[in-house]
Design a protein around this ligand. Structure first.
Ligand SMILES: [Fe+2]
Length: 249
Protein backbone atom coordinates (compact mmCIF):
# COMPACT_ATOMS: atom_id res chain seq x y z
CA UNK A 1 0.00 0.00 0.00
CA UNK A 2 1.44 3.38 -0.99
CA UNK A 3 1.64 6.69 0.74
CA UNK A 4 -1.74 7.77 -0.62
CA UNK A 5 -3.64 4.76 0.66
CA UNK A 6 -3.40 5.67 4.32
CA UNK A 7 -6.36 5.06 6.57
CA UNK A 8 -8.42 8.18 7.12
CA UNK A 9 -11.31 9.51 9.11
CA UNK A 10 -14.61 9.86 7.30
CA UNK A 11 -15.03 13.32 5.72
CA UNK A 12 -16.89 15.73 8.03
CA UNK A 13 -19.89 15.90 5.68
CA UNK A 14 -20.02 12.17 5.00
CA UNK A 15 -23.51 11.62 6.48
CA UNK A 16 -25.08 14.79 5.08
CA UNK A 17 -28.59 13.92 3.90
CA UNK A 18 -28.04 10.24 4.72
CA UNK A 19 -30.59 7.55 5.55
CA UNK A 20 -30.21 5.33 8.58
CA UNK A 21 -32.09 2.04 8.21
CA UNK A 22 -31.56 0.39 11.61
CA UNK A 23 -32.09 1.98 15.02
CA UNK A 24 -33.79 1.53 18.36
CA UNK A 25 -34.98 5.09 18.83
CA UNK A 26 -38.63 4.32 19.51
CA UNK A 27 -38.77 5.12 23.24
CA UNK A 28 -39.28 2.45 25.88
CA UNK A 29 -40.11 -0.52 23.66
CA UNK A 30 -36.87 -2.56 23.71
CA UNK A 31 -33.26 -2.35 24.90
CA UNK A 32 -32.73 0.91 23.01
CA UNK A 33 -33.74 4.42 24.06
CA UNK A 34 -35.84 4.24 27.22
CA UNK A 35 -37.47 7.68 27.53
CA UNK A 36 -38.78 10.36 25.21
CA UNK A 37 -36.04 12.70 26.46
CA UNK A 38 -33.34 10.19 25.58
CA UNK A 39 -34.93 9.63 22.17
CA UNK A 40 -34.99 13.37 21.57
CA UNK A 41 -31.26 13.51 22.35
CA UNK A 42 -30.71 10.63 19.95
CA UNK A 43 -32.62 12.42 17.21
CA UNK A 44 -30.61 15.60 17.73
CA UNK A 45 -27.39 13.62 17.67
CA UNK A 46 -28.20 11.92 14.36
CA UNK A 47 -29.44 15.18 12.88
CA UNK A 48 -26.17 16.83 13.88
CA UNK A 49 -24.24 14.11 12.05
CA UNK A 50 -26.28 14.86 8.91
CA UNK A 51 -28.89 12.08 8.84
CA UNK A 52 -32.28 13.13 7.47
CA UNK A 53 -34.21 9.88 6.90
CA UNK A 54 -34.64 7.21 9.55
CA UNK A 55 -36.13 3.74 9.42
CA UNK A 56 -36.95 2.68 12.98
CA UNK A 57 -36.42 -1.00 13.70
CA UNK A 58 -37.56 -1.97 17.21
CA UNK A 59 -36.85 -5.56 18.23
CA UNK A 60 -39.62 -8.05 17.60
CA UNK A 61 -38.77 -11.17 19.58
CA UNK A 62 -40.10 -13.35 22.41
CA UNK A 63 -38.24 -11.19 24.99
CA UNK A 64 -40.50 -8.24 24.08
CA UNK A 65 -43.90 -9.88 23.97
CA UNK A 66 -45.80 -6.59 23.60
CA UNK A 67 -43.96 -5.63 20.42
CA UNK A 68 -46.63 -6.74 18.01
CA UNK A 69 -47.56 -4.74 14.96
CA UNK A 70 -50.66 -2.94 16.34
CA UNK A 71 -48.79 -1.77 19.45
CA UNK A 72 -45.70 -0.67 17.52
CA UNK A 73 -47.81 1.28 15.04
CA UNK A 74 -49.59 3.02 17.91
CA UNK A 75 -46.31 3.89 19.66
CA UNK A 76 -44.79 5.04 16.40
CA UNK A 77 -47.74 7.38 15.78
CA UNK A 78 -47.11 8.93 19.20
CA UNK A 79 -43.41 9.31 18.38
CA UNK A 80 -43.91 10.80 14.94
CA UNK A 81 -44.38 14.46 16.01
CA UNK A 82 -40.97 14.32 17.78
CA UNK A 83 -39.22 13.15 14.63
CA UNK A 84 -41.13 15.55 12.39
CA UNK A 85 -40.29 18.41 14.74
CA UNK A 86 -36.59 17.59 14.45
CA UNK A 87 -36.76 17.65 10.65
CA UNK A 88 -36.61 13.91 9.95
CA UNK A 89 -38.56 11.85 7.51
CA UNK A 90 -39.16 8.45 9.14
CA UNK A 91 -40.71 5.04 8.62
CA UNK A 92 -41.56 2.29 11.07
CA UNK A 93 -40.13 -1.14 10.32
CA UNK A 94 -38.85 -3.82 12.72
CA UNK A 95 -35.89 -6.07 13.43
CA UNK A 96 -37.27 -9.59 13.61
CA UNK A 97 -35.43 -12.21 15.63
CA UNK A 98 -35.42 -15.62 13.94
CA UNK A 99 -36.80 -17.34 17.04
CA UNK A 100 -39.62 -19.83 17.47
CA UNK A 101 -42.24 -17.07 17.30
CA UNK A 102 -40.85 -15.65 14.09
CA UNK A 103 -43.31 -16.96 11.53
CA UNK A 104 -46.30 -16.12 13.74
CA UNK A 105 -45.69 -12.42 13.03
CA UNK A 106 -46.58 -12.99 9.43
CA UNK A 107 -50.30 -13.09 10.30
CA UNK A 108 -50.39 -9.48 11.46
CA UNK A 109 -48.36 -8.33 8.48
CA UNK A 110 -44.65 -7.65 8.37
CA UNK A 111 -43.26 -4.22 9.19
CA UNK A 112 -41.02 -3.87 6.17
CA UNK A 113 -37.93 -1.72 5.64
CA UNK A 114 -39.45 -1.14 2.21
CA UNK A 115 -43.13 -2.10 1.86
CA UNK A 116 -43.19 -1.85 -1.95
CA UNK A 117 -40.27 -4.20 -2.40
CA UNK A 118 -41.25 -6.32 0.64
CA UNK A 119 -37.81 -6.06 2.21
CA UNK A 120 -37.58 -7.29 5.80
CA UNK A 121 -34.85 -6.97 8.48
CA UNK A 122 -33.98 -10.10 10.47
CA UNK A 123 -31.38 -11.01 13.07
CA UNK A 124 -30.23 -14.13 14.87
CA UNK A 125 -28.66 -14.84 18.25
CA UNK A 126 -25.02 -13.71 18.39
CA UNK A 127 -23.92 -16.97 19.92
CA UNK A 128 -25.91 -19.75 18.29
CA UNK A 129 -27.10 -20.55 14.87
CA UNK A 130 -30.83 -21.20 14.90
CA UNK A 131 -31.47 -24.71 13.57
CA UNK A 132 -34.63 -23.39 11.89
CA UNK A 133 -33.06 -20.30 10.36
CA UNK A 134 -32.76 -21.61 6.80
CA UNK A 135 -36.33 -22.88 6.90
CA UNK A 136 -37.69 -19.55 8.14
CA UNK A 137 -35.79 -17.61 5.50
CA UNK A 138 -36.91 -19.99 2.78
CA UNK A 139 -40.54 -19.64 3.90
CA UNK A 140 -40.20 -15.89 3.75
CA UNK A 141 -38.76 -15.72 0.29
CA UNK A 142 -41.40 -18.09 -1.14
CA UNK A 143 -43.88 -15.27 -0.38
CA UNK A 144 -41.84 -12.83 -2.50
CA UNK A 145 -40.27 -11.28 0.57
CA UNK A 146 -36.67 -10.14 0.46
CA UNK A 147 -34.44 -10.50 3.49
CA UNK A 148 -31.79 -8.27 5.02
CA UNK A 149 -29.67 -10.07 7.62
CA UNK A 150 -28.60 -7.56 10.27
CA UNK A 151 -24.95 -7.27 11.36
CA UNK A 152 -23.57 -10.62 10.11
CA UNK A 153 -20.13 -9.56 11.37
CA UNK A 154 -21.37 -9.94 14.94
CA UNK A 155 -22.46 -13.58 14.70
CA UNK A 156 -19.82 -15.71 16.35
CA UNK A 157 -21.03 -18.90 14.68
CA UNK A 158 -20.79 -17.48 11.17
CA UNK A 159 -17.82 -17.97 8.85
CA UNK A 160 -16.92 -16.90 5.32
CA UNK A 161 -18.50 -19.98 3.82
CA UNK A 162 -21.83 -19.20 5.47
CA UNK A 163 -21.67 -15.54 4.36
CA UNK A 164 -21.11 -16.81 0.82
CA UNK A 165 -24.12 -19.11 1.05
CA UNK A 166 -26.33 -16.31 2.36
CA UNK A 167 -25.33 -14.13 -0.57
CA UNK A 168 -25.88 -16.99 -3.04
CA UNK A 169 -29.36 -17.42 -1.55
CA UNK A 170 -30.07 -13.78 -2.39
CA UNK A 171 -30.12 -12.45 1.16
CA UNK A 172 -28.88 -8.91 1.69
CA UNK A 173 -26.31 -8.20 4.41
CA UNK A 174 -26.34 -5.11 6.64
CA UNK A 175 -23.23 -3.68 8.27
CA UNK A 176 -23.36 -2.07 11.70
CA UNK A 177 -21.35 1.09 11.12
CA UNK A 178 -19.26 1.05 14.29
CA UNK A 179 -18.22 -2.57 13.66
CA UNK A 180 -15.65 -0.95 11.35
CA UNK A 181 -14.26 1.03 14.29
CA UNK A 182 -14.03 -1.94 16.66
CA UNK A 183 -17.20 -1.12 18.56
CA UNK A 184 -18.08 -4.83 18.88
CA UNK A 185 -14.54 -6.13 19.32
CA UNK A 186 -11.67 -7.11 17.07
CA UNK A 187 -13.11 -10.26 15.43
CA UNK A 188 -16.27 -8.36 14.41
CA UNK A 189 -14.11 -5.53 13.06
CA UNK A 190 -11.98 -7.90 11.00
CA UNK A 191 -15.06 -9.66 9.65
CA UNK A 192 -16.69 -6.32 8.81
CA UNK A 193 -13.62 -5.17 6.89
CA UNK A 194 -13.51 -8.51 5.06
CA UNK A 195 -17.18 -8.26 4.04
CA UNK A 196 -16.79 -4.60 3.04
CA UNK A 197 -13.67 -5.29 0.95
CA UNK A 198 -15.39 -8.31 -0.64
CA UNK A 199 -18.35 -6.14 -1.68
CA UNK A 200 -20.73 -8.39 0.24
CA UNK A 201 -22.62 -5.75 2.21
CA UNK A 202 -25.78 -4.20 0.81
CA UNK A 203 -26.84 -1.74 3.52
CA UNK A 204 -25.40 0.00 6.55
CA UNK A 205 -27.11 0.98 9.81
CA UNK A 206 -26.21 2.66 13.06
CA UNK A 207 -28.17 0.07 15.08
CA UNK A 208 -28.28 2.94 17.56
CA UNK A 209 -29.32 1.87 21.09
CA UNK A 210 -27.77 4.78 23.00
CA UNK A 211 -25.61 7.69 22.00
CA UNK A 212 -22.62 7.16 24.26
CA UNK A 213 -21.37 3.87 22.79
CA UNK A 214 -21.83 5.03 19.23
CA UNK A 215 -20.28 8.45 19.80
CA UNK A 216 -17.33 6.83 21.54
CA UNK A 217 -16.51 4.53 18.61
CA UNK A 218 -17.40 6.56 15.54
CA UNK A 219 -14.38 8.92 15.81
CA UNK A 220 -12.12 5.85 16.08
CA UNK A 221 -12.99 4.74 12.56
CA UNK A 222 -10.16 4.87 10.04
CA UNK A 223 -10.70 3.57 6.53
CA UNK A 224 -8.82 3.45 3.25
CA UNK A 225 -10.15 5.41 0.29
CA UNK A 226 -11.70 2.39 -1.42
CA UNK A 227 -13.44 1.46 1.84
CA UNK A 228 -14.87 4.96 2.20
CA UNK A 229 -16.12 4.65 -1.39
CA UNK A 230 -17.69 1.28 -0.57
CA UNK A 231 -19.40 2.76 2.48
CA UNK A 232 -20.68 5.63 0.39
CA UNK A 233 -22.26 3.11 -2.00
CA UNK A 234 -24.02 1.45 0.95
CA UNK A 235 -25.56 4.81 1.88
CA UNK A 236 -26.77 5.16 -1.71
CA UNK A 237 -28.43 1.75 -1.29
CA UNK A 238 -29.97 2.98 1.99
CA UNK A 239 -31.48 5.96 0.18
CA UNK A 240 -32.92 3.65 -2.46
CA UNK A 241 -34.28 1.36 0.26
CA UNK A 242 -36.04 4.31 1.86
CA UNK A 243 -37.38 5.52 -1.48
CA UNK A 244 -40.27 7.89 -1.24
CA UNK A 245 -41.81 8.33 2.21
CA UNK A 246 -44.50 5.65 2.39
CA UNK A 247 -46.72 4.16 5.04
CA UNK A 248 -46.86 0.44 5.62
CA UNK A 249 -49.84 -1.09 3.84
FE1 LIG B 1 -30.72 -3.76 16.11
Amino acid sequence: MGLFDRKKRLPADFFQGATDMHSHLLPGVDDGFQTEDATMEGLHYLYGLGFRQLILTPHVMTDYADNNRPNLVQWYDAFLPMADGCGFSTRLAAEYMLDEQFLSHQQEGWLYLNPQEKILLVETSYMYRSPDMEEYLYELTTCDNQVVIAHPERYRYADRELFGRWKESGYFLQLNLISLAGGYGKPAKETALYLLDAGMYDYVGTDLHKISTFAQWLPEMRLRDHQIDALHKLYENNAELYGQPAKQE
